[in-house]
Design a protein around this ligand. Structure first.
Ligand SMILES: [Zn+2]
Length: 405
């Protein structure tokens, strides 16, 4: 059974937009630029984490076209008249009509708070209120001077935003990072997050006695930043400050220094593959106890997009482990946990079709195959020496053999 962390429409709507707005107002169906009701009601800022969006859950609006920046913050995409224009993310069609100066236009409101605009179309293939999936055809490219041309824009709360902030226009790739949107009343500020150097230095302090094997690799008792409390993929600040590599001697760990996160589990979906599965799916039964893999400190505990209820534990050895789709979290942010301590119960919150544990191993925010560190067959820790480089390369050495990524 495949499940993947993803920004599902329903969850994201619950997160940022009122579900009651089931029908768009006449103004919303007529004006391209209009505020998104409720977007900043709960908070003056919100985060969109595109780093956790699986492949296939976003689409370049015209996969076959040639994109150019402009006019303004928009893109002009040139292709063959009659080509299909695709929805960028899952969402609901807010507007589909002819708008003076823009031609036939489709606007989609996405659950993540963004809106996308597809203009100068020959025609729309959707109508207001329709739910659409990423990659679904929403319109047909029109013709201008013998060429097929589509205009593509992005908005937040009615304000046009620079498409290039989110998309590498030349490579037609999504910029996979987190974005913090802040309401400034007359505009929306966007900050791209995810760079460790943007964060203040980690607080120096004595490692918690007995809190971790490999103590001293990273201090985990410092104050967590707002970003670290809010974004599961946050890098570990200060991790490579002292040295460009860190070594994790898993082969020296004794009983009690580690635990298999879900005893008795079998693997139902491995790491990687076409869908770029960010972790391994482990299954036992509903409401089973999930155990902390190593000692550490809870960095995140709460709901996060398609992950559902999720716990992230930061370990002093430089790793982080993530436990998601939980029916219940048993720990809070900032709490210290021991290896083997129950931290959550298995569930199917977020995007999951069965009760299971989606387990991730992260180093500096990046995911690595948990099978490099855990033997899922024997449900134990692997006797390996791990060397992680600042570049993201990780070497695991076992009995004279090394594997790289
Ligand atoms: Zn999974």
């Amino acid at each position: 059974m495949k499940t993947h962390p993803i920004t599902t429409l329903v969850l994201m709507v619950a997160l940022s937009l009122p579900m009651a707005a089931d029908n768009f107002t006449p103004a919303e169906q007529q004006q391209i630029s209009i505020a998104t009701p409720g977007l900043f009601d709960k908070s003056k800022s919100f985060t969109v984490d595109l780093s956790v969006l699986p492949q296939g859950d976003w689409s370049f609006p015209l996969p076959v076209g040639t994109a150019q920046k402009g006019p303004g913050l928009d893109l002009t995409i040139t292709t063959t008249p009659g080509d299909a224009v695709k929805a960028m993310f899952d969402g609901r069609v807010r507007l589909a009509r002819h708008v003076a100066g823009h031609g036939n236009t489709v606007v989609i409101r996405h659950g993540n708070g963004l809106e996308t605009v597809y203009a100068r179309l020959r025609g729309a293939t959707v109508k207001p209120g329709d739910r659409v999936e990423a990659g679904q055809t929403v319109g047909i490219v029109g013709e201008e001077g013998g060429k097929g041309v589509c205009r593509f824009g992005m908005m937040v709360n009615g304000f046009a935003v620079n498409v290039e902030t989110f998309v590498d226009v030349v490579r037609k790739r999504l910029r996979r990072q987190s974005y913090l949107f802040t309401d400034r009343g007359i505009a929306v500020d966007i900050a791209a997050l995810g760079n460790a150097s943007d964060e203040p230095d980690i607080t120096e302090g004595e490692p918690e006695p007995g809190a971790a094997v490999d103590a001293g690799t990273v201090d985990i008792d410092g104050e967590l930043t707002d970003y670290e409390r809010r974004v599961v993929s946050a890098p570990t600040k200060g991790l490579f400050d002292k040295s460009a590599t860190i070594t994790i001697n898993l082969h020296k760990y004794q009983d009690g220094d580690w635990a298999y996160p879900l005893p008795g589990a079998k693997v139902i979906s491995p790491y990687g593959g076409k869908r770029r599965h960010a972790g391994v799916d482990l299954k036992t039964k509903p409401n089973d106890e999930i155990l902390a893999a190593f000692p550490g400190r809870v960095r995140f505990s709460g709901n996060y997009y398609g992950y559902g209820r999720v716990v992230v534990v930061r370990h002093a050895n430089g790793m982080e482990t993530l436990y998601s789709h939980n029916s219940k979290n048993l720990v809070e942010v900032g709490e210290w946990v021991k290896a083997g301590q129950p931290i959550a119960l298995t569930g199917r919150t977020g995007r999951a079709t069965t009760e299971h544990l989606h387990f991730e191993v992260r180093i500096n925010g990046k995911t690595y195959d948990p099978a490099r560190f855990f033997d899922h067959k024997n449900r134990c820790l692997k006797k390996v020496k791990v060397v992680a480089h600042k570049s993201g390369k990780v070497t695991t050495t076992s009995a004279g053999q090394a594997s790289n990524s």
